[in-house]
Ligand binder design. Structure first.
Ligand SMILES: [Zn+2]
Length: 453
């Protein structure tokens, strides 16, 4: 029986049992979140790539809402996934070091949905999704059998295993529906280096250059993601399910002199695919600048759930992202907003990027680095980020700097609501600017030692 028909039967049965004594419970949609590690947007057909890396994702995107300018909050895995699940930037959730973890005091997508009656499940194949990093909170069913030690992870091929486990979960839901909606998170890892050849996929792209192998890994992953989406439809669950497909960050192949990810905030590192299919929402393409911190409020809004209450009155705050539901449904524009990306993975590294419309400011406050990546780009005329416009656009530069400083100050203030979070200590340049903008010194952490109080 199709999912919708099942649900009508369950709802009717519940109404008979409850009679007039129970308030009717609205039927929530299921949520399927698919994250693909290291998948830059511009290597997918639905984002204009000329090579056939993604026929199945492209077919899915053709019937969904494609966000053309989606940015990750960071250019490596842990901070990005933590942002997806908390709607907070790195400075606030504190996952900005290799040894960071998402502390239990944060409220995640899975916790909110579980508390709203959802059956929550995740399939993990990456070390950062293992228990010690904190991203498992809120999941009732956790399958992390595919997680390998870092030394083995690069050689492991995991997409078939992720898909098999995801399909098993869907089949269980379809076979024994209990009326409860579900939230399933599948994380794919294969496009991450080391890039491996896959028979039947990689031949199309070649295996001599790294970027060719990378494309083969995408095609291989695309096939397995397609299997999940096909099974969702075959089981009659698609029309009751919000599907979100995205990546944690991109990948660099020397465009700006860097390889892999986590070193810069250029577009190849932070521009991610974001495709959302929601029941009743027409297919469309959206050019607004959005961030992966927008995903949690969007999922809740599409599911008809309110944001959670503030943790306590003395530390009331909400999400740093906005609901994209009006854009998904095609019912209205968003208020203008910008997207922040940050990376502080390596010793001394301190980079942030602020994307506002077509303009992108990169501020490099790192110490001990050989290259200063600070620049101002006009992505409308310079999508490859070649020409630094800080000098001729000095007024715009000042306005963008002020905006990013305000955002950073807010994030630092919110971070102090979480006693276990490792606080980000602003650089001397930050401190000067914050004081110029009227922030008092005692509102801000003054040193790294103030973290982990
Ligand atoms: Zn990653």
């Amino acid at each position: 029986m199709a999912g919708t028909a099942y649900r009508l039967v369950i709802a009717a049965a519940a109404a008979l049992v409850c009679g007039a004594g129970c308030a009717p419970q609205p039927q929530r949609p299921n949520v399927l979140l698919i994250t693909i590690d290291t998948l830059r947007a511009d290597h997918l057909g639905c984002y204009g790539y000329q090579r056939p890396t993604s026929p199945r994702i492209d077919a899915f995107a053709a019937g969904a809402v494609v966000f053309e300018n989606a940015h990750s909050s960071s250019s490596w895995t842990l901070p990005s996934l933590a942002s997806i699940h908390t709607s907070l930037y790195s400075t606030t959730h504190g996952c900005w070091k290799i040894y960071s973890r998402l502390e239990p005091e944060f409220t995640t997508t899975a916790e909110i949905l579980r508390d709203a009656g959802y059956d929550t499940a995740m399939v993990a194949c990456h070390i950062f999704l293992s228990a010690q990093y904190g991203l498992q909170q809120g999941f009732t069913h956790i399958d992390d059998e595919l997680v390998r030690p870092p030394s083995d992870a690069a050689a492991a091929i995991s997409s078939p295993g992720v898909t098999a486990r995801g399909v098993r979960f869907l089949e269980r839901q379809a076979a024994s529906p209990d009326g409860a909606p579900w939230f399933l998170w599948l994380h794919y890892f294969d496009p991450h280096d080391t890039y491996l050849p896959h028979a039947g996929f990689s031949e199309t792209f070649g295996t001599s250059a790294e970027i060719d192998l990378y494309d083969g890994e995408i095609a291989f992953t695309d096939h397995h993601v397609g299997e999940v989406l096909a099974r969702l439809a075959e089981l009659g669950l698609a029309e009751d399910t919000i599907v979100v497909l995205t990546a944690d960050h991109g990948e660099e192949f020397g465009e700006h002199g860097f390889q892999r990810h986590g070193y810069t905030l250029y577009e190849e590192a932070v521009r991610i695919p974001l495709v959302v299919r929601a029941p009743g929402a027409p297919a469309r393409r959206v050019s607004d600048v959005v961030s992966n911190v927008d995903l949690l409020p969007t999922i809740l809004d599409l599911a008809g759930l309110p944001p959670p209450a503030a943790r306590d009155a003395s530390c009331a705050h909400g999400f740093e992202g906005r609901s994209l539901a009006p854009l998904v449904r095609g019912t209205g524009p968003l208020l203008p907003a910008a997207a922040l990306s940050e990376v502080r993975w390596h010793d001394g590294q301190d980079l942030r990027a602020w994307r506002d419309g077509a303009w992108k400011l990169v501020e490099d406050q790192s110490t001990g680095q050989q290259v200063d990546q600070s620049a101002l780009f006009d992505l409308a005329t310079d999508p490859r980020e070649r020409t630094d416009l800080r000098e001729p656009e000095s007024a715009r530069l000042a306005a963008l700097r002020e905006a990013v400083t305000h955002r950073l100050a807010r994030a630092m203030g919110w971070a102090r609501c979480y006693p276990l979070v490792e606080l980000y200590a602003p650089t001397p340049g930050d401190m000067r600017r914050l004081q110029d903008l009227g922030y008092a010194g005692d509102e801000l952490p003054s040193s790294p030692e103030e973290g982990r109080r």
